[in-house]
Write a protein that binds this ligand. Sequence first.
Ligand SMILES: C[S@@+](CC[C@H](N)C(=O)[O-])C[C@H]1O[C@@H](n2cnc3c(N)ncnc32)[C@H](O)[C@@H]1O
Length: 203
Amino acid sequence: MTATAVQRFYRYHAYVYDFTRWTILRGRGQAVEQLKLRPDAQVLEVGCGTGLNFSQLLARLDPRRGWLTGLDFSEDMLARARRRVAAHGWSNVSLVCADAARMDLGRRFDGILFAYSLTMIPDWLAALERARTHLEPGGRMVVLDFGRFERWGPLGALARGWLRLNHVETRRPYVETMGSLFDRVEVHGRLGGYWFTAVGSNT
Ligand SMILES: C[S@@+](CC[C@H](N)C(=O)[O-])C[C@H]1O[C@@H](n2cnc3c(N)ncnc32)[C@H](O)[C@@H]1O
């Protein structure tokens, strides 16, 4: 699977994303909570899509001091995020079109969120490493994504297969890699491996 295949996928899915994904993408509130954002925090969401997490992230920030940057490599998804930002009149948000595996924003963040994006990034290891270099010392990085459905028996294989058809790869060592990139990693698995959060931080 190439990066362009994912971009092509979202050219069409961008139209229905907000109406369909609430059924399957769980745990947004918990992931945002785990960032433990201060009102003046500088936050980056990698693979922000249409901005479905923005209202929860921005609710924790002081609009005069906190700042949210949303990064995605799909112009189609970002166009919807841009519309969302304009509709809400949010003035402390910037959107960047870039590949997470190569991003270089020239600044650091107090909190970085990957919400259902890491499993779709072919060069996910580079994306995690790039993100870590953008984290302030003492900052927190939260990955929310599909798990391996390990307690789902035969249905687990079906779920993983269906996700793979939709460019989502669940079987890579995401959590283990977080462990090698950070001093501390806190992992919460939910619903028998449906989804997980992994929170990385350095001392
Ligand atoms: C399932 S959506 C998640 C969107 C949003 N985070 C959410 O929680 O609704 C995955 C997003 O990751 C983006 N993405 C995938 N690979 C990427 C990459 N290499 N660089 C930047 N964004 C990427 C896709 O374009 C898509 O918008």
